[in-house]
Design a protein around this ligand. Structure first.
Ligand code: GDP
Length: 368
């Protein structure tokens, strides 16, 4: 699962990407040099990790990670090949959700490609390019699907119905994510749309890049972004990319002090990353022992073997059962032994659906 950072040039994408992935590299000691320069990992801050550590002493704590791709600036005309055009659009097709950086900061020194700060115009500019590219994809696909549908192909018949709803919507200037009617049940439509890679169908988190003196996002510019997001069921996180980048340069102590001076409890990157994680439908469970306490990422609804498979595929194949309790039980009873004594440690089989905040030990058959 990964998120792609999009936005016009000079809105703060790289600044935000660097701050996010520095944090990830630091927290996770990730073998960073092995991935492409525009791909990184962000740590997903989770206060429960330190809470677990209070009761289960350990050598190290490893947070969940989120893959982030910095997609170069999209400009007006990108869908017809302006700027770096299509190459970057193809990167967006591959990500699972979009973090759309919108410039809300005023700065005389930093040129805005459109000449002035106007977040709604900027959102429309990007949406228009993505809608035009989606329209092209959809129109190219429909002829092929029609041919196959005439041959009796059921999937192709569904595809044609969906495309016949999507194409006019895009022509009217409607993003696919805001559509509710596809002529077939929505889950079926979404499956096809995802496979086709339509970009305006992806969920969006708006990162409103605010001024240093507006880190809570109280200006008119941010209010407008919130309104827009609310209308399409999206999410907004105000973030001052420049300030976040500066915070990341500091030692943990100095960072804590600066946050305190600003009246904040955590960097805005923390809430941004968590919001992206939620947008992707992800949650965490934990493993905890003397060597490490670690958060593992699973989709909401994952079964016990699927959760085990995130650690190692052999764990999934050889899954026998999972000993499970919830982090809240640990906070109440204060040790694993006490959790067990209170009867809160359960033995769960293959059908168990993992819950956010579960702490687990897996039992698996190594011979398989
Ligand atoms: P990109 O083209 O979207 O990747 O933008 P960059 O991250 O390269 O940022 C463009 C310029 O804007 C750089 O000079 C940044 O230092 C500056 N910048 C980024 N975020 C902020 C911000 O929150 N406030 C201010 N004042 N400047 C920022």
């Amino acid at each position: 699962m990964e998120v792609g950072i999009v936005g016009l040039p000079n809105v703060g994408k790289s600044t935000l990407f660097n701050a996010l992935t520095n944090a990830g590299a630091l927290a996770a000691n990730y073998p960073f040099a092995t991935i492409e320069p525009n791909v990184g990992v962000a740590a997903v801050p989770d206060a429960r990790l330190e809470q677990i550590r209070q009761f289960i002493p350990t050598e190290k704590v490893i947070p969940a990670l989120l893959r982030v791709v910095d997609i170069a600036g999209i400009v007006r005309g990108a869908s017809t090949g302006e700027g770096l055009g299509n190459k970057f659009l193809s990167h967006i097709r591959e990500v699972d959700a979009i973090v759309h950086v919108v410039r809300c900061f005023e700065s005389g020194d930093i040129l805005h490609v459109e000449g002035s700060v106007d977040p709604l115009r900027d959102i429309d500019t990007i949406d228009t390019e993505l809608m035009l590219a989606d329209l092209e994809t959809a129109e190219k696909n429909i002829d092929k699907q029609r041919k196959q549908a005439r041959g009796g192909d059921k999937d192709a018949q569904v595809a044609v119905t969906v495309l016949e709803a999507v194409i006019p919507a895009l022509q009217r200037g409607q993003t696919v994510r805001s559509m509710t009617e596809f002529g077939v049940p929505a889950p079926e439509a979404r499956k096809f749309i995802k496979a086709l890679g339509l970009m305006t169908a992806k969920k969006v988190l708006y990162a409103a890049n605010v001024d240093e003196n507006d880190f809570l996002g109280e200006t008119e510019a941010v209010r407008k972004v919130r309104e827009r997001a609310a209308a399409e069921g999206g999410v907004v996180t105000p973030v001052c990319a420049k300030l976040e980048a500066e915070l990341m340069e500091l030692s943990p102590d100095d960072r804590a002090e600066m946050l305190k001076d600003l009246g904040l409890t955590e960097p805005a990157l923390a809430s941004l990353t968590r919001a992206a994680y939620q947008l992707l439908g992800l949650q965490s469970y934990f493993t905890a022992g003397p060597k490490e306490i670690r958060a593992w990422t699973i989709p909401v609804g994952a079964t016990a073997p699927q959760a085990a498979g995130v650690i190692h595929t052999d764990f999934e194949k050889g899954f026998i059962r999972a000993e499970v309790y919830h982090v809240n039980d640990l906070l109440t009873f204060k040790s694993e032994a006490a959790v067990k004594a209170a009867g809160k440690m359960r033995s769960e089989g293959k059908g168990y659906i993992f819950q956010d905040g579960d702490i687990t030990h897996f039992l698996f058959n190594e011979g398989r």
